[in-house]
Ligand binder design. Sequence first.
Ligand code: NAP
Length: 317
Amino acid sequence: MGVSFQVSKFVILSPSMENTQKSIPINLYRISSPLAVEVIENRRLTAESRGRKNDVRHLVFKFNGSYPCIPGQSAGILPPGIDSRTKRPNSPRLYSVASPSTGDHGDGKTFSLCVTRHFWENPQTGEKDLPGAASNYLCDLRVGDKVKVTGPTGKHFLLPGDFGVRDFIFVATGTGIAPFRGMLIDLFQQGYERNVWLILGVPYKDCLLYDDEFRAFAVKYPKFTYLTAISREENNPFSSEVQTRQNKMYVQVRMYEYREKLLKILSGSNSMMYLCGLKGMEEGIFPVLNALGKGAGIGDSFAEKLKADQRLRVEVY
Ligand code: NAP
């Protein structure tokens, strides 16, 4: 952090989006030859009082050798043990990298993940609150524990090589924040000075992830806009324009609230929008984008147009 470049001296990761993607190494480590990494930090990001539900961790892993992963890529985690459903060894689970390109320590020797403790329901037996194998394994890790990783994987959710001439709108639900934390640190470390927005949706205020970091960015970088949507504590004041379950405040409602400023940015042909988090979040966001586009005379399907122009990227699961 702290290194600042003039706009004309941007460290462009690569001259074009295509070249960026071609030169990114992937799948250096596989199930048959995983990399052993060591836990050096496991920090809870949400209030302890929320208990095992809403337990989200920031985990930092140290490695020897090389594990080049950049925001927008994922690391495969190999949980030990047997999958109770398949009766075979657990397969790798992908988690989005939450650290900047050089890692949280800036030395290229660590990467970080943002992991929520997951519970599931077995539809066959009706059993509830079954602990997810990988997420509970990760959340319970202690400093010094060793973990086997595969990857890194993924090339489609990266920042473009020409990021220095673009404006960005990042929208996250829950742990979908992971790639955006890394991207924001990367952008600001490289002297990025254009408009960048982050809209983050979480259930409770004390479950906001990396809130202190984003608030600090908002103070330091005047063109960074940080907005939150606290679904279970705030109501939707635009319920006739944007319908949400139980009238909750969701990220798409915040987008609608700030529609004029948002549209101004998205109307620029160099702007890009990234969505990450819960599967289905795009179903609430696309209609808002389309309504904004229609109102501005851009057409009925602004979301499709952004996608066709490669200016809208979605990573949900
Ligand atoms: P969470 O704590 O449940 O928070 C998600 C927030 O989004 C809650 O406030 C939730 O509100 C709200 N929400 C629910 N449905 C929504 C909708 N249709 N539109 C907008 N907002 C909605 O989140 P989480 O447990 O961390 O889960 C995050 C998801 O992101 C996981 O499924 C994870 O697999 C995925 N993820 C994806 C990536 C990736 O790279 N693609 C990376 C990390 C995480 P209510 O619960 O109050 O309804």
